[in-house]
Design a protein around this ligand. Structure first.
Ligand code: DON
Length: 308
């Protein structure tokens, strides 16, 4: 008989995965993230039918980091025509670490996809061109999607990343040298670091991203967040590029569109059904949450879910 979702199913999966804690490494290239306890483990599920399930540290907020790259793309989709976006950033997996520079030089400053740092920086550059207050706009979007009015940026994390931003600076300036970056680099980097420094819990993330499982509709908002076609496109990009150089390995183990962040969060979409958000700060070699991937693997196996 198929397993039916419930809090106890999530509890059982966390118990199964907990022995992996201690095997990964908390991100330390952003010093403000290095002090987080590696011992955390949480999972939350929101379904398109309006159910919510959670277990472990599902209500504790953490730095969402690169998960924000999906949200910035969605905001850009609301302000730009399709071809305007995709002439500046590609749709293919990079097969490289998220902050790599090599491909960018060889490919004339056009990032492979919007979910590596270079791609997200181009998207942030686009937002800077069309929005009067891009940071405020992002807060409005996440507060509206999550239904939680006090979601905010962790300014200490944003500052810490700014102080250690040589690589993201190099990426932005390299793109500028190719003409694929139009605004002031420090201004756009500051916006990007703030987006990465959004503090949210698994429960808040699962609710926020539910529109991607629901044809672009957030249940509590009348107008669609994006069109059904755009929701499919974002899911396709998550499936191919959301887990960086481990996208293939992740497809093999889990089989869902997903996006990770170096804060240890991962958001995974089961189209037409639910969003699963996991958090555990220790990362594997590709920068994805080690226990988080294991939770998604165990849960999808139990539930018999995969898009493949
Ligand atoms: O730009 C950076 O390096 C970080 N703010 C975000 C990187 C990240 O989360 C990649 N994820 N796995």
């Amino acid at each position: 008989m198929a397993t039916v979702m419930g809090n106890e199913v999530l509890e059982a999966v966390l118990a199964q995965v907990r022995p992996l804690l201690g095997q990964g490494k908390v991100a330390d290239y952003i010093p403000a993230l290095a002090s987080i306890s590696g011992n955390k483990l949480g999972v939350a599920v929101s379904t398109v039918n309006g159910e919510h399930f959670r277990a472990g540290d599902a209500d504790e907020r953490f730095s969402i980091q690169s998960i924000s790259k999906v949200l910035s793309l969605v905001v850009a989709m609301n302000h730009y025509a399709e071809e305007e976006i995709w002439q500046r950033v590609g749709k293919d997996p990079s097969g490289q670490p998220f902050n790599s520079l090599v491909q960018l030089e060889m490919e004339q400053g056009k990032p492979r996809n919007p979910f590596i740092n270079a791609g997200a920086l181009v998207v942030c550059d686009m937002l800077q061109s069309r929005l009067s207050a891009p940071r405020q706009r992002m807060l409005e979007v996440v507060r509206k999607l999550s239904g939680v009015p006090d979601i905010a940026y962790d300014s200490a994390v944003a500052r810490s990343e700014l102080e250690h931003s040589a690589r993201n600076n190099a990426i932005a300036w390299l793109m500028k040298s190719f003409g694929n970056f139009h605004n002031d680099v420090p201004t756009v980097l500051q916006n990007y670091f703030h987006y990465c420094a959004l503090k949210m819990s698994c429960a808040e993330l699962a609710q926020t991203f539910l529109f991607l499982a629901n044809g672009g509709h957030a249940a509590h908002i009348e107008s669609p967040v994006v069109s059904a076609r755009q929701a499919r496109q974002v899911n396709a990009l998550m499936a191919t590029s959301g887990m960086y150089q481990n996208a293939g390995e992740f497809a093999w183990r889990v089989g869902l569109p997903a996006k990770s962040g170096v804060g240890g969060g991962i958001v995974a979409v089961v189209p037409q059904e639910m969003v699963i958000a996991v958090w555990s700060p220790e990362l594997d070699a590709a920068g994805n949450s080690l226990a988080g991937v294991a939770v998604l693997e165990a849960l999808t196996q139990k539930l018999g879910r995969s898009v493949y």
